[in-house]
Design a protein around this ligand. Structure first.
Ligand code: ADP
Ligand code: MG
Length: 695
């Protein structure tokens, strides 16, 4: 526990960060490592040797015995394999060693990680490569080294490598555009601040429910008497146990150098949020993985369990992860910030146009980037943005764009643009009051907030897509404008043309309404409601072209990733279905039968002494018919588990969606009705009221 409130005393204490590097590395080594970190230049093995040694000494002083390469396979989780520093000597003792080669490269067996068929095509072995741009850190007596993970032939097997490639793509493309404006920053960087939602549940109660234990969400459960309608939880007072938990989470994260900043209660009971201050996308992605891990670990210390699932409870808001995304230069210029001077505005308007065009042209793959079985319960459920991708600009910016489209406000003086004549731009920064929570992709002052991602997702995949598609449109713009002699005039014209061509993607109204669904269809926008419908869009020729052109994925990498997403969806539904059947057959049905017997026995004994019990008899009949219905629906789900032979992963996904999910819903409906009738002491597991309110 911290002795006082001074976070600076503990911040980053478990991180091999810049001050530690500076203190522990020889000057020339420090310099070349910093160069590698800030410019992405190659690192010499001789330099790595010295760095490894310094890292090892530092880690041992802090109690470490092991090191691990830490990577992010396509499961969306992190993976680690620990090796101790020990090295035997001739006289049967050991010394502690860590070589440059061990720092730079590892060879975990890749065969148990999803590869989407890559392994069949290429080689079974994989290797991990040090990512010096994300600092090494200490956790549980091990030195953690952030790494990329790929096959021996160089195909990526993880979420980090393509993310780094997409950052390079943004850098290349944005620099081309900035050059036209006479600017040559060293690097253009994408930034992300992810807001992480989660639920807490009492650990003992959670362990009594197979569904929470095995699938992370409740597959049964009648609505609680008190839901979220009272609106008393959002920003409400923190319960003591929750406050203690959050404090420990913050401390752990600060020690790991994570800029944990905001915490509060969310809309639903027992739902909370934590948000860091934004960092570069790569670091933010690593830190978000750490945050999810720490949330789970610390919850355990407080007798709690942290549910990261997108929809743990039916009828109660699910959890998302708002991905606040922006781009900026190494000189500190924020490229999505509407500056005050018109000439800056033109540059801003061009970048804005690039984002708008990117989101419209590639709405399909952006949608795929948030497509998971868990998130399907959220998107379009009138609590999270709809599955239709659209952009909200806010009143001011929308007005600016409208005026420009209408030909207003553009004045020229001898061919040189002097002003946009649009007055409201400087206010955009403050325009945060009327934020539209129903929009999936909202401009919020100096960044875009992508609200569709699910709470459990790695933010890697999302930002790979965002960076890639914006890099693509920026590249196109740079090409169009490359011979321009009046850049502000030509750039403004291009921005206005783009606003006109892509106006269908802008929507400032209520994204939850049915009218929007119809309107979006008229506009020709996609409405991909479910994961199996969405995923094939990831591997269209258009999608493959943008990924390959921006050097983020090869064709085979796109195809295998698609396969992995699909298999993950299928596996999720498969396990949910089996868990549901097990609970229904082994727990719910026996409970219903026992309770019915209790009632019918009671009726018989009353009858035997001449007491009439018409209401009780009615209840017994209703119980019996519902229990019969339960058995029929169990059989129906059982039948649906038999996936027809010969289906590929995509067809299987559609089969699950069209056949298994409805059978699961039907079974749940009957079971939930029974829960409201069967006596509490007979019901085999904790109810929603207990799960949501005993935290
Ligand atoms: P709200 O809940 O009002 O949307 P929060 O303060 O909870 O806002 O979270 C906003 C997130 O956006 C934080 O992580 C913040 O650091 C991040 N953010 C702020 N400015 C930028 C920016 N320019 N680029 C990326 N992220 C940003
Ligand atoms: Mg927030």
């Amino acid at each position: 526990m911290m002795e006082n409130g001074d976070v600076s005393k503990i911040f980053g204490e478990n991180v091999f960060n810049i001050p530690t590097m500076k203190a522990r590395l020889p000057k020339d080594i420090y310099k070349s490592l910093i160069k590698t970190i800030s410019e992405g230049s190659r690192l010499d093995l001789s330099v790595a040797e010295v760095v490894a040694n310094a890292m090892k000494d530092w880690a041992i002083e802090k109690g470490c015995t092991h090191y691990t390469h830490w990577f992010q396979p396509m499961t969306g989780l992190t993976a680690e394999k620990h090796d101790s520093f020990i090295q035997p000597t001739q006289n049967k003792t050991v010394i502690m060693e860590f070589s440059g080669k061990e720092l730079v490269m590892g060879e975990p067996d890749a065969s148990s990680f999803p590869s989407g068929g890559l392994r069949a095509t290429f080689e079974a072995r994989g290797y991990t490569a040090w990512d010096p741009t994300s600092f090494a850190f200490i956790k549980d007596h091990s030195l953690y080294i952030p790494t990329s993970f790929m096959s021996y032939t160089g195909e990526v097997l993880d979420k980090k490598t393509p993310l780094l490639r997409s950052e390079d793509a943004i850098d290349r493309a944005a620099k081309k555009v900035l050059k036209l404006f006479g600017k040559e920053p060293r690097r253009v960087i994408s930034y992300v601040g992810p807001e992480q939602e989660y639920f807490l549940v009492d650990k003992k109660l959670r362990n009594k429910r197979k569904d929470l234990l095995l699938t992370g969400r409740t597959l049964f459960g009648a609505k609680p008497a008190k839901g979220q309608e009272m609106d008393d939880h959002y920003f409400g007072q923190l319960k003591e146990r929750v406050a203690a938990f959050m404090r420990e989470v913050d401390e752990e994260l600060w020690k790991l150098g994570v800029l944990a900043k905001t915490k509060h209660n969310e809309v639903a009971p027992a739902q909370h949020e934590i948000a860091p201050i934004f960092s570069t996308t790569n670091i933010s992605s690593d830190h978000n993985q750490l945050t999810m891990e720490i949330l789970k670990k610390v919850a355990d210390h407080h007798g709690l369990y942290c549910l990261l699932h997108e929809k743990p409870y039916e009828g109660i808001n699910g959890s998302g992860k708002h991905n606040n995304w922006s781009i900026g230069t190494s000189d500190g210029e924020q490229l999505l910030k509407p500056g005050k001077k018109p000439e800056h505005n033109v540059q801003f308007l061009l970048f804005l146009a690039a984002v708008i065009k990117a989101v419209d042209d590639y709405a399909d793959i952006l949608r795929v980037s948030v497509a998971t079985a868990g998130n399907d319960h959220r998107l379009g459920a009138n609590e999270a943005p709809p599955a239709i991708i659209s952009i909200y600009l806010g009143d001011h910016l929308a007005a600016v764009v409208d005026q420009l489209k209408a030909g207003k406000g553009v004045k020229y003086d001898e061919g040189v643009l002097i002003e946009t004549g649009v007055e409201s731009l400087p206010d955009i920064q403050r325009d945060t009051t009327d934020r539209n929570r129903t929009s999936p992709f909202a401009f919020t002052g100096n960044r875009f907030e992508f609200r569709a991602p699910g709470s459990r997702q790695s933010i890697g995949g999302i930002n790979i897509v965002l960076n890639t598609i914006v890099a693509e449109t920026l590249t196109e713009f740079a090409e169009i404008l490359k011979d321009s002699t009046h850049i502000s005039k030509d750039a403004l014209e291009l921005a206005i043309k783009t606003f006109k061509e892509h106006e269908r993607i802008i929507f400032n109204g209520n994204g939850y309404s049915d009218e929007w669904v119809e309107e979006a269809e008229r506009r020709g926008l996609l409405n991909l409601k479910t994961t199996p419908e969405a995923i094939p869009y990831f591997k269209t020729e258009k999608s493959i072209e943008v990924f390959t052109r921006q050097e983020v994925f090869t064709r085979i990498e796109v195809e295998t990733r698609c396969e992995i997403m699909m298999v993950e969806y299928n596996n999720t539904i498969h396990f949910e279905m089996l868990t549901m059947l097990e609970m229904a057959k082994q727990e719910i049905l026996p409970a219903c039968l026992a309770y019915t017997k209790f009632i019918t026995d009671d009726i018989i004994s009353k009858k035997s002494i001449g007491i009439d019990a018409p209401k009780e008899t009615e209840k017994a009949k209703r119980l019996t018919s519902l229990t019969e219905e339960l058995m029929v629906r169990i059989d129906a789900l059982d039948a649906a588990t038999k996936v027809p032979n010969g289906l590929d992963a995509f067809e299987t996904g559609m089969y699950y969606k069209d056949n298994v999910l409805p059978a699961m819903e039907a079974l749940r409906e009957t079971a939930d009705t029974l829960e409201t009738i069967v006596g509490k002491s007979y019901w085999p597991f904790p109810t929603y009221t207990e799960l949501l309110y005993l935290v």
